[in-house]
Design a protein around this ligand. Structure first.
Ligand code: 5CA
Ligand code: ZN
Length: 409
């Protein structure tokens, strides 16, 4: 599937710092040393009710990762999926009496538009679950043949007990896992499972639902976790630098993915860092498709909100924090964008070198975008109060803000 167009990333003088980022699996900061080509897999949307501010906040975090890496003169190999067949998508299509393929295509198209407007850098490989099925089937067969998967009424389940490292990504106890499994797409109460946590790898065809040839498996469709493993291993291989998503993906999704990959390859971990963004709330509750308490990027755009202001609203919150979207958050971002634009509209200004170093330092320090914004605020305030004589400083600032924060001034 095609991604979306890349906005240009201006090259800056000097070089950025290596990224230190929080890894859920070790619950600490790790300094990544990716080599010349950094590899990142970010879990993509399930294409209905896209793109809400929660989605945008999560993709913003991983866009910053890319920008930090690019600023260290590395290339970035970025892979993202689209879960274009899964229970919640099919349920929504049925509820609204629309074709599930059309729904997925329409929402994916909207997501591309929103990502483009927000200047999020596109993945090099943007892969749908459906197009990944030919690569998923052999992995499920291999897991079954290795004794790590079993059949239950035609469905194939992964046995979490086959992985000695199971639990090392999310570090949760069994009771917490069981609760989250029930909340997040698992079926811990289904009778006949070896372990209530075992996730489905392949679901045999259900009446009235789409299904695909499964080789030596029954006709059916893929489970959720194996989808991302198949795509990640196919395009990045084991031991890539970051697997990313919102914090609601740590368990079960990333835990199960690491387990599938461990059994398939004998290696751990699949990703050197598991990076999770906080949850954005609206009216006191996590913004979620199931609750319907959503603010859409496309609605704001249609109302005439500058996408750069939306992006600044996201950047004003640390990516690991849980935070709440309010009108005030957006008003503050609009005001900040105005101040910054006024400050860079003059030909000269206060020196900019320290500011560029401060932005770099802030982002390299676990993506501390709020600290980067404060540094730019300081420069803009100085420009407004006293001005400066450095010719071209405003240009330097505007290129740095564009390259490192994705905001076009
Ligand atoms: N297709 C799967 C991943 S393979 C999926 O979780 N899709 S999603 O559409 O539900 O979410 C897409 C991304 O947005 C995930 O990383 C998810 O963690 C993140 N996300 C969802 N809701 C929020 C929220 N309220 N705040 C922050 N991030 C969110
Ligand atoms: Zn995923």
């Amino acid at each position: 599937m095609h991604a979306w167009p890349a906005s240009e990333v201006p090259a800056l003088l000097g070089q950025g710092r290596d990224l230190r980022i929080h890894d859920t699996a070790t619950d600490g900061l790790v300094t990544l040393d990716p080599g010349p080509v950094a590899r990142i897999y970010v879990c993509g949307i399930t294409p209905y009710d896209a793109t809400h501010i929660g989605h945008a906040a999560t993709y913003n975090a991983f866009d910053l990762v890319q920008r930090v890496w690019l600023d260290t003169k590395r290339q970035v190999h970025y892979v993202q999926n689209v879960t274009d067949v899964d229970d919640p998508l099919l349920e929504r299509a049925q509820r609204d009496n629309v074709d599930w393929v059309a729904l997925a295509e329409q929402e994916t198209a909207l997501f591309r538009e929103d990502m483009t407007a927000l200047r999020m850098l596109p993945p090099q490989h943007y892969i749908g679950a459906v197009e990944a099925i030919p690569g998923i089937v052999p992995l499920v067969e291999r897991l079954r043949d290795a004794g790590a998967a079993y059949e239950l009424e035609g469905d194939i389940y992964f046995s979490v007990e086959s992985d000695p490292n199971f639990g090392k990504v999310s570090r949760l106890d069994a009771a917490a896992m069981r609760l989250l499994s029930a909340e997040r797409g698992g079926d811990p109460d289904r009778p006949g499972k070896k372990n209530p946590l075992d996730p489905m790898l392949w679901m045999a065809a259900r009446e009235g639902e789409p299904s695909w040839d499964g080789g030596s498996l029954r006709r059916g469709r893929p489970g959720w976790h194996i989808e991302c493993v198949a795509i990640a291993l196919d395009h990045l291989g084991m031991g890539f630098d970051i697997q990313g998503g919102g914090s609601d993906l740590a368990f079960p999704h990333h835990e199960m993915g690491a387990s599938h990959a461990q059994v398939l390859t004998g290696e751990f971990p699949m990703a050197k860092a598991y990076v999770h963004a906080g949850m954005v709330a609206l009216h006191g509750e996590k913004m979620s498709k199931s609750k319907g308490n959503l603010v859409f990027v496309s609605t704001l755009r249609r109302e005439g909100v500058d996408p750069a202001a939306i992006r600044l609203a996201l950047l004003a919150h640390h990516y690991r924090a849980d935070w709440e979207w309010t009108d005030q958050v957006l008003e503050d971002a609009v005001a900040r964008l105005d101040r910054w634009r006024a400050a860079v509209s003059r030909p000269d200004g206060p020196p900019a070198e320290t500011l560029v170093a401060e932005i770099r330092e802030a982002l390299a320090n676990d993506l501390d975008a709020p600290a980067a914004l404060v540094a730019v605020d300081r420069w803009a305030a100085l420009q407004q109060e006293r001005g400066g004589t450095d010719e071209g400083a405003p240009g330097v600032v505007s290129r740095a803000v564009d390259a490192l924060l994705g905001v076009a001034l």
